[in-house]
Design a protein around this ligand. Structure first.
Ligand code: GLN
Length: 194
């Protein structure tokens, strides 16, 4: 079993470290042939419009879309959540999404005043709160019927699953403010979704 982390742009290194720390080696994916060797893909935070453009330029968009349509498990955080969704609002006009989970997101939806914040999040199935960092995070404006919402902030979904896909509006790969790592989301992805 091999996990790929899309490494075109953004915070991919932390995802590799998170999987490594859980004993699940992960490899960086930059080219189509590197995708062939992985069984699952994590798409990191970063800038979803830039990632969409780089995916197309590098010839990776279609191969990833095909693998996702064939049921490849995927974990998306922040920009990765936007890319795995069905539709993005307030994105670049040429920005594309994979449609692997039926959600509509709004880029930078929390607005300028609170565009970044930390919160102790209650997550279904976890016995204590998760310190979640939101960094110019997307708002989830709509979820489809087959989407399970595992956590909300102000009534808005921030952690969702559907089949083999899990998406978070926050950054479970980043260390918590006290400098430790909380890998419960990555572990759950490995245990439940993969
Ligand atoms: N605002 C970014 C985007 O639109 C996401 C921010 C992040 O990934 N931390 O893609």
């Amino acid at each position: 079993m091999s996990i790929g982390v899309l490494a075109l742009q953004g915070a991919f290194r932390r995802h590799v470290e998170a999987f490594d720390a859980l004993g699940q080696p992960a490899v960086e994916v930059r080219r189509p042939r590197e995708l062939d060797d992985v069984d699952a893909l994590a798409i990191p935070g970063g800038e979803s419009g830039t990632m969409s453009m780089l995916l197309e330029r590098g010839g990776l968009f279609e191969p990833i879309a095909e693998r996702l349509a064939a049921g490849m498990p995927a974990l998306g955080t922040c920009a990765g959540m936007i890319l795995l969704g069905t539709e993005v609002l307030d994105g670049r006009t040429d920005q594309r999404c994979f449609g692997a989970i039926d959600i509509t997101t709004r880029r930078n939806g929390y607005g300028r005043q609170i565009d970044s914040f930390d919160t102790a999040l209650d997550i279904e199935g976890l016995d204590s709160p998760f310190d979640a960092s939101f960094i110019r995070a997307p708002i989830v404006e709509r979820v489809g019927d087959d989407v399970t919402v595992l956590a909300r902030v102000d009534d808005r979904p921030v952690l969702c699953t559907s089949g083999p896909v899990m998406v978070a509006a926050f950054h479970p790969e980043l260390p918590t403010p006290d400098g430790t790592s909380d890998l419960r989301i990555h572990r759950r992805f490995l245990e439940e979704v993969l």
